[in-house]
Design a protein around this ligand. Sequence first.
Ligand SMILES: Nc1nc2c(c(=O)[nH]1)N[C@H]1C(S)=C(S)[C@@H](COP(=O)(O)OP(=O)(O)OC[C@H]3O[C@@H](n4cnc5c(=O)[nH]c(N)nc54)[C@H](O)[C@@H]3O)O[C@H]1N2
Ligand SMILES: Nc1nc2c(c(=O)[nH]1)N[C@H]1C(S)=C(S)[C@@H](COP(=O)(O)OP(=O)(O)OC[C@H]3O[C@@H](n4cnc5c(=O)[nH]c(N)nc54)[C@H](O)[C@@H]3O)O[C@H]1N2
Ligand SMILES: [Mo]
Length: 760
Amino acid sequence: MSDDKDVVIKEYTAPAGGWGSMKGMSRILPKEGISPDLLDALRRQNKPEGVMCVSCAWGKPAKPHIAEFCENGAKATAWELTGLRVTPDFFQQHTVSELESWPDYDLEQAGRLTHPMRYDAATDKYVAVGWQEAFDAIGTTLKACDPTKVVLYASGRASLETSFMYGLFARMWGQQNLPDSSNMCHETTSVGMKNAIGSPVATIQMEDYDKCDAIFAFGQNVGTNAPRMLHTLKDCADRGVEIVTFNPLRERGWERFADPQNPVQMAGGKPTQISSQYHQVKAGGDIAALLGMCKYVIEADDRAVAEGGARVLDHHFIEQHTVRFDEFATFCRNAHWDEIVHESGLSRNAIEGAARVYAKAERVIAVYGMGITQHRYGMDSLYMLINFLLLRGNIGREGAGPGPVRGHSNVQGQRTVGITEKTELAPVERLKELFEFEPPTEKGWDTVEACREIIAGTAQGFVQLGGNFLRATPEHAAMKKAWANLPITVHIATKLNKSHLVPGKQSYILPCLGRMEQDMQASGRQAVSMEDSFSHIYGSVGKATPAAETLLSEPAIVAGIAKAVLPPNPNVDWNAWVGDYGLVRHAIENVYPDKFANYNERLFEPGGFWKGNPAAHREWQTESGKAEFNVPRALNSSGFAEKDGRFRLVTLRSNDQFNTTIYGYDDRFRGIKGTRMVVMMNRADILRLGRNDGDTIALESDADDGVERVVDGLRIVEYNIPEGTIAGYYPELNYLIPLEHHALESHVPAAKSVPVRIRT
Ligand SMILES: Nc1nc2c(c(=O)[nH]1)N[C@H]1C(S)=C(S)[C@@H](COP(=O)(O)OP(=O)(O)OC[C@H]3O[C@@H](n4cnc5c(=O)[nH]c(N)nc54)[C@H](O)[C@@H]3O)O[C@H]1N2
Ligand SMILES: Nc1nc2c(c(=O)[nH]1)N[C@H]1C(S)=C(S)[C@@H](COP(=O)(O)OP(=O)(O)OC[C@H]3O[C@@H](n4cnc5c(=O)[nH]c(N)nc54)[C@H](O)[C@@H]3O)O[C@H]1N2
Ligand SMILES: [Mo]
């Protein structure tokens, strides 16, 4: 029931994949019982006409492997198809205050929610309520609110169909407070890439990995967070592609991999070495590392020009397709190596070694994750990554380009179909024309803004379509206090989580079908669809028996709320849409004809259908009409100065979790077992503090705002991590992140470089 399992800290020497992943899977599965539904779901996972995994957003190949799932996808599937149930009886046995004290792991273990529930303050318990009664009561309360003060959050799992309905509901109600989990995740990509190259998403597709000859990887933990990508990387490594990784931690997936589907490797053959170079940058050190590489390449080109040698830059591309190169090049030439070395934490030699790989490669892909986006100057890191690619024309041609690895399985798609707080990203004119209402034009709230309003007590209600907002957001102590004062909280969810257990004045849990489950409606079995990191869109058909007969589908619940809140509109027939999701797709196609032409017909195309990307063929939809170089505003993205006793805390995921869902206490690749309450620390830092490996300490906020934020009971784990950078797990450490410590323009909480000190 708690975090005090047998703690074992021991270096893990095996590769990613291999028998370890088999054990990782089997450790989770038997507890849950292997049901025929689970086997069927795994067999059909990520295959054409199959069911799309609820875990990560990695692409689903047109020609899948026999088992196109990974250890962590299997865990996510097993836990969705668990035989355990959270029934009205369960809620009778436990008060909400009691449940709130349970660890996230125990809440997840309790099983699937089965009945709509209403919070009863008198008994401090959730009690069963009928669906219609719930919708009516929610409708009555929401109608009395100022719609522009209610938050309609979406976590990136819900399908394109549900998300479209949800966004439409918000706008018909007169608001667009539609923060998405993307606001805590790749929003830096969406804002920064749009500014720099006119496309908010990856320009590459899966096939580009077959054609690249170098990969530069920044701040992403492939072995845990997108394990199916390991197959792609292995194929690349086998072809001799150079893989150069930048990460403060030596993440096993970027080091070596044994393919569980390769009999030779499983029989003890040599695992594949993934990275040919591995650079342990400091937290926030990517701007400087990229700057060093850009400087090297630009100066090599200067020499080539002077000596009449072969050019190193793609100067044709630069002239024809970009702006502000000269300004950027001057900045790089003037940069000092001592500063670059200090800010990156890497030697000049190491950076030049990486730059030489870049200068030699014909086609380069840059992949990245939260290590780039979740920083105060995350946008500058991202701009540097784009600058770096532009220097040799590595955007908009085969085998080259930026490849952000998205988080939730449909997080990118939700943005595509209107889950956005930004008017300019919403298809306002089309909505007006097709559904005959006046969409709002006032910008809605993003995640940080929603948190501000909640803390200030001005938010009047919170609806969450999936997710665990309270647990996932920063400034946890203040958020928790304020959350309880919300006039109404409504949770559309499959599993119980902490956000549900700090009820607002009124609170409802509305349990929904999971993606693996059969969704029968008036017109028969329904499919839903999602978009992956490569902008490919796939249909997904659930076949498992629903966890309870009382569950409704997500579209049905969204429609139920919409009908209870909105006056009837003859152009939106919510009931017909719920009866046949093909009609929702038809509406999506009407709103976005370019991206979704023949949506229903193409739903099951192997490998998904591509929604297209102008930057992929060098059409730059930017302000200047060109790809833009940007000079960074800082050399380190952390956004705070270094000083004695201050650390940069990286908060990240273990191998046994999906965001706030904790599947277990074994972070296998990092060799940390039995506890999540750790802080990974360099040996020199431990000695300097006069502490020992295994000591228990408290971390406190070292932000300059004077607010006290503390997490106690953390065990020091001596770890291979740069001095001054420390790491621990999210969400436990979210108490330590100030709300205003976020990426400047995108408002992504800066979870990868949080200023903290050890409490003495
Ligand atoms: N199994 C599983 N899969 C998942 C998830 C999950 O929780 N579990 N979550 C999903 C979601 S929503 C997302 S967004 C993705 C997240 O996937 P990732 O982007 O991999 O996110 P994190 O686990 O937070 O790890 C960030 C990585 O960045 C590194 N890093 C930290 N700071 C820096 C820095 O300053 N510079 C560099 N270069 N590296 C840095 C860390 O060491 C770590 O390897 O995964 C998705 N897939
Ligand atoms: N410190 C720190 N904070 C972070 C991060 C970090 O790296 N460090 N990462 C950030 C990132 S990248 C993200 S994306 C956010 C994640 O934030 P969220 O997306 O809000 O959180 P999740 O943990 O993914 O949500 C899990 C819950 O979703 C519900 N759920 C699961 N499946 C379904 C379904 O099919 N339908 C519905 N309706 N509900 C379902 C379950 O109730 C489950 O408890 O956290 C962010 N917060
Ligand atoms: Mo994410």
